[in-house]
Design a protein around this ligand. Structure first.
Ligand code: TRP
Length: 336
């Protein structure tokens, strides 16, 4: 049953193709939620530019890549409205209005922004741009422009949702009750580890398996995944708890198979190569239907563009209505 009282809004920065971390961490959940709630997904190209302003080609190219990833995992355009951020000028307009409702000190204290600035020293040097520091304000505009009330995100996004809630409260207290405070929905596999054992799988870390990887790429990546460093010979006792191959078996293989694989590893009865080969087969099995759908859409890019354009038009209509209400509350409706 559709619950029409709440509306989903999520988004991704189009800076690369999506990987299995996105798949388990958010995409699977979005596919499920689109049957329960009216759903919007934003391709956040303006936000992507906040730390890629010097690389517009990268952002442009990845808008369609991310779109192909969405369609290939089963985001259904009849249920989910997918739109491009920069084509909704109302979002930029709301960002300006909201920027009065948040202080610079508050933005600087935002844990997500703080961590990201520290990671981007090379780009920003000692002084971060106004645009990057302010992207939480723009994200609040994304969410409220389509009246998103449920925001499925990973843990790293929680401070941004909190900041949005603060902006909403402040807006409502000054201009009247127009906006609704959104709530985050945390996905259970919010963070998937990388092939190298890093806590996060990420495109910039080079430790990801992409949804669009070929059989050969998957094979090569799994073969180089980090395993128990103390296990040198096949009959050494292994420790699956420190092995990335065991970790991915948990995601891709049947529970009973994973259990016996790990038992055999602990007893030194199953070698890493055999274990990796089985994982490769299971990953390929899971990704094959996804890659087949991707191929279909790649061969029908005019259809992909049509879906994207229609979604954007629909989202724009909603954003225009919301902005009208907001401007009225702010007494900016001179000729009504
Ligand atoms: N900041 C999000 C990320 O990096 C992307 C995003 C943009 C988003 N606008 C959003 C997420 C609105 C949720 C709601 O993943």
């Amino acid at each position: 049953m559709m619950n029409l009282n709440k509306r989903i809004l999520t988004g991704d920065r189009p800076t690369g193709r999506l990987h299995i971390g996105h798949y388990f961490g958010s995409l699977q959940n979005r596919v499920k939620l689109q049957d329960e709630y009216e759903s919007f997904i934003e391709i956040a190209d303006v936000q992507a530019l906040t730390d890629n302003f010097n690389n517009p080609e990268k952002v442009r190219k990845n808008v369609r890549q991310v779109m192909l990833d969405y369609l290939s995992v089963g985001i259904d355009p009849n249920k989910t409205t997918i739109f491009i951020q920069s084509m909704i000028p109302e979002i930029a307009e709301l960002t300006v209005f909201y920027s009065n409702l948040v202080t610079i000190a508050r933005l600087q204290r935002n844990p997500t922004v703080k961590t990201e600035i520290a990671q981007k020293k090379e780009l920003f040097g000692d002084s971060v741009t106004y645009g990057f520091l302010g992207y939480p304000v723009s994200q609040a505009a994304d969410i409220t422009s389509v009246k998103g009330t449920l925001i499925p995100v990973g843990e790293d996004q929680l401070p941004l949702i909190e900041q949005c809630r603060e902006i909403v409260r402040k807006f409502n207290s000054i201009y009247g009750e127009v906006l609704v405070e959104p709530e985050a929905i945390l996905s259970k596999n919010a963070r998937i580890k990388g092939l190298d054992g890093n806590e996060k799988m990420g495109k910039s870390l080079g430790n990801a398996i992409y949804l669009s990887d070929t059989d050969e790429e998957i094979q090569k990546k799994v073969m180089s995944a980090v395993t128990d460093p103390n296990r040198i010979k096949k009959d050494d006792y292994g420790n699956p708890n420190v092995c990335m191959v065991a970790y991915y078996h948990n995601l891709f293989s049947k529970a009973e198979d994973t259990k016996s694989i790990c038992e055999e590893c602990k007893l030194g009865k199953r070698g890493c190569v055999a274990c990796k080969k089985e994982l490769i087969q299971n990953i390929i099995k899971e990704l094959t239907p996804i890659r087949e759908r991707r191929k279909y859409y790649e061969e029908h890019m005019e259809l992909v563009d049509k879906i994207l354009l229609e979604g954007t038009k629909k989202a724009r209509k909603v954003a225009m209505e919301t902005t009208k209400e907001i401007k009225k509350a702010m007494k900016l409706n001179y000729f009504d």
